[in-house]
Ligand binder design. Structure first.
Ligand code: ATP
Length: 305
């Protein structure tokens, strides 16, 4: 590997499960040290992509390379570790025994106490896993992932079940390891988490990347305004052709048009249609996410993907 080798290189990947295409032609390169959020609604293909990065499944088409090589090999060498949503913990072991047992299976690079401390569970080392809360179990999975001191950490909904303080401590640990060069990829539903902690957000919808950029770039992309007007029998395809328009939604006798240039939309409606009662509103962040990833979303003009 040389310094220009990407940590993750996904090239034209398609993953099908029978008639379902979970990942549909995805290409993505992640450089060492980046913290990247995979954001998207249920069923967007986040977990399927994460599984392929971990070598747990193979693409139907295309290729996935981790540090220039095979994903399974990178995992076997301890260069890649993961914190997944469920599974993998034995309830009758204590928290510390779980970490010790895992450490005994390979040559760990970090001492047990250090990873327990890093994950914020040093004080509950003697607690049975079955008695640990959901958030504590999630921290335990994090501790296990840190044992090999991986170069690439994959997190699937990592903070599920964690309280506010737990989330903050968790992300603090992730960011400080990123500063030391660790690459981190996490899948989430939470826009706020991606916004606050990722260097880069990859927005996926129906197995495709719909936007890829910094949080600021994504927000700028999904900004814009909605123009609502009363308009019978709206010609939606004509409205969709107005410069900067990315969605047109008809609700009863109202039409909602979203785009980057609300003046242009209003001008068109007033000059070329019998539209009346115009209202112009800004979207909040959550609306923007839905606009980019919802069922009616169209890839916005000027998309960063
Ligand atoms: N083993 C499987 N067999 C059949 N279909 C699958 C399988 N795994 C995933 N899928 C389908 O592939 C699509 C993508 O699923 P995936 O779990 O990757 O989405 P996701 O973005 O992680 O969703 P969520 O946010 O709900 O975790 C879904 O339609 C899902 O039903």
């Amino acid at each position: 590997m040389n310094s220009s080798t990407p940590a993750v290189s996904i090239d034209g990947v398609v993953k099908r499960f029978g008639s379902v295409t979970a990942v549909d032609g995805l290409s993505l390169q992640i450089q060492p040290g980046e913290v990247v959020a995979f954001l998207g609604p249920n069923g967007a293909g986040k977990t399927t992509t994460v599984d392929m990065i971990l070598g747990l499944s193979q693409p139907s088409e295309g290729s996935v390379q981790i540090f220039g090589g095979d994903a399974r090999q990178a995992v076997a060498l301890g260069r890649v570790a993961a914190v997944m949503q469920t599974g993998g913990l034995l309830k009758d072991f204590t928290v510390r025994e779980t970490v010790e047992l895992t450490a005994s299976l390979f040559i760990p690079s970090r001492p047990v106490d250090e990873v327990l401390d890093r994950a914020g569970i040093l004080d509950i080392g003697d607690r049975l896993v079955g008695k640990a809360s959901g958030g504590q179990q999630q921290r335990l999975r994090f501790a296990l992932a840190l044992l090999s001191d991986p170069d690439l950490l994959i997190l699937d909904e990592p903070t599920t079940g964690m309280d506010v303080q737990g989330r903050r401590e968790f992300w603090h640990a992730i960011r400080s390891d990123a500063a030391d060069g660790r690459t981190t990829v996490f899948a989430t539903h939470y826009l706020e988490e991606a916004d606050a902690y990722a260097d880069r957000i990859v927005l996926v919808r129906k197995g495709k990347i719909v936007a890829d950029g910094t949080a600021a770039e994504i927000k700028a992309l999904s900004a814009g305004r909605t123009v609502r007007a009363t308009l019978d029998q709206a010609d939606t395809s004509a409205l969709a052709r107005i410069a900067g328009v990315d969605s047109v939604d008809v609700r009863g006798d109202s039409v909602l048009i979203h785009g980057s240039d609300s003046d242009e939309i209003a001008r068109y409606l007033l000059n070329h249609t019998p539209a009346r009662d115009l209202e112009i509103t800004s979207r909040n962040l959550e609306d923007a996410f839905i606009a980019l990833t919802g069922d009616d979303a169209q890839t916005p003009e000027g998309a960063l993907a």
